[in-house]
Ligand binder design. Structure first.
Ligand SMILES: CSC[C@H]1O[C@@H](n2cnc3c(O)ncnc32)[C@H](O)[C@@H]1O
Ligand code: ZN
Length: 457
């Protein structure tokens, strides 16, 4: 503290037109400021008060901007950016078994995952996503990519009872997972390991038990695709005599560090079990619509108190990583589905994309809101634009009117990674060139494009 009672901090974002904190009250501050020191938010509130309270080594004035927490993508297979647009217009099981798994077997290796994840990080950071929760193969390579980009991530190493791109012999899964966790010991603090059992129809009871047991011992997030399609529910009922959530509950895998991706076909009893166990759901609305999987009971999940985050899923089922469009669709779709325009109000949807998403991926104390003590993950949107004028309610605009292209500046962990719409951490033209090089191999793969029409079959 200096004699004039001001504290010195690393960074002061100030003269912000609108500041949306995403705290418990969903506080909105007109003419706000945020003080950051050591990568941590030390204060957020009215700019006059903060300018009197803090001297900063760097001051960024943001008139014409709305500042809010960076978005949290709770379900993505980041490296699948390199499969963007293959397997369009197919139902999930055909898409997965006939296009995606064969394509992965032929093309996915460590280099593919690193490049695909770098491409994903570039897309996500430029679009305002500062944290993503991943599930794929060669996740050590995904970690290298995320570290290069500066994004925050929870990286889930995939586990299946079948051969996968990084494990031809599934009986060696424990050793593979141990090696992954060992490597994660040297990751930066912004990256956390997780394990991802692909689904109840690809992982048997024994696998689900040992993987969750390991997650519990390590205090890390357990992820799984659950109740994505009606076929899955019927298959699990046929095999185990119960619906997927009861099957998982009996195996002891549901708790507050379990993230269920999709949850489209959950019934009321299953929602009750998830709520009781504190397990979270990632709602992936665009993927669910594109694969015609169905429409998740989001209003019922929220009513039951289940933490619900928003995810994009991978780029072969979406086909982008844009959380602004996920928010806009979530807020609209569930009104139409339930016939009730009061469900999924903008405030709740913004919570899903930020603070509830952070909780769903096990990062509640680190990100998702602009509160003292949290890591400084912030985005600044340009609001002096025709499609955002006039502005009566900033939260309404973020959900119903803003676009990912409105994101102008991004900070992760207090470090600026996007300035004036330009990514500072990666060479984007070089990444695009590299992606085209890998795409050439995918494009010439007759196993994927076997009818020669450009449509995958
Ligand atoms: C261990 S997770 C990675 C694995 O999951 C596949 N995948 C991608 N999207 C979906 C989805 O919506 N449902 C089921 N499986 C999916 C991905 O291609 C990888 O093989
Ligand atoms: Zn998925």
């Amino acid at each position: 503290m200096t004699k004039d009672h001001t504290a010195t901090v690393d960074l002061l974002l100030t003269r912000i037109d609108w500041l949306v904190l995403c705290d418990a009250d969903m506080t909105v501050v007109e003419r706000g400021a945020v003080a950051v020191d050591g990568g941590v938010i030390v204060d957020a509130g009215p700019c006059d008060a903060l300018e009197a309270r803090y001297r900063a080594r760097e001051v960024v004035r943001l008139p014409g901007h709305l500042v809010m927490p960076g978005l949290v993508n709770t379900h993505v297979h980041a490296a699948m950016t390199l499969f963007r647009g293959i397997g369009d217009d197919l139902p999930l099981q055909t898409w997965l078994q006939e296009v995606i798994f064969p394509a992965e077997a032929r093309h996915v290796d460590g280099a593919f995952v690193e490049l695909g994840t770098v491409l994903a990080c570039a897309e996500m950071l430029l679009g305002g996503t500062t944290t993503f929760c991943d599930g794929y193969f060669f996740e050590e390579a995904a970690a290298r990519a995320a570290a290069r980009s500066g994004i925050r991530a929870v990286l889930g190493q995939g586990v299946l009872d079948f051969p996968s791109p990084d494990l031809k012999d599934p009986s060696r899964a424990r050793a593979r997972v141990e090696a992954f966790l060992e490597a994660a010991g040297s990751w930066p603090e912004t990256l956390r390991p997780s394990l991802f059992c692909h689904a109840p129809y690809t992982c048997g009871p024994e696998t689900l038990r040992w993987v969750k047991d390991l997650c519990r011992r390590r205090g890390i997030l357990f992820q799984i695709h659950v109740s994505e399609t009606r076929w899955e529910v019927e298959e699990i009922e046929r095999k185990y005599g119960k619906r997927p959530v009861f099957h998982l509950d009996e195996l002891g895998v549901l708790d507050s560090l379990t993230l269920c991706a999709h949850g489209v076909w959950l019934d009321e009893d299953e929602i009750g079990v998830l709520a009781e166990r504190g397990a979270a759901v990632s709602h992936n609305v665009e993927s669910n619509l594109k694969l015609a999987s169905g429409m998740a009971p989001v209003a019922a999940l929220l009513r039951a108190g289940v933490p619900v985050g928003l995810g994009t899923d991978g780029c072969a089922s979406n086909n982008d990583l844009d959380l602004f469009s996920e928010m806009a669709l979530t807020a609209r779709l569930h009104k139409a589905v339930t016939g009730d325009p009061t469900v999924c109000p903008a405030r709740d949807v913004l919570r899903m994309a930020t603070v509830h998403g952070a909780r769903a991926v096990g990062l509640a104390h680190e990100t998702g809101s602009l509160e003292s003590g949290k890591r400084a993950d912030l985005i600044a949107l340009r609001i002096d634009q025709p499609h955002l004028t006039p502005l009566y309610d900033p939260i309404s605009h973020v959900v119903y009117a803003a676009r990912s292209s409105d994101v102008n500046h991004v900070w992760v962990d207090g470090r600026q990674v996007v300035r004036d719409g330009q990514l500072l951490t990666l060479d984007v033209p070089e990444i695009l060139r590299e992606a085209e090089r890998i795409a050439a191999a995918v494009r010439s793969d007759t196993h994927i494009w076997s009818d020669g029409s450009g449509n995958s079959v």
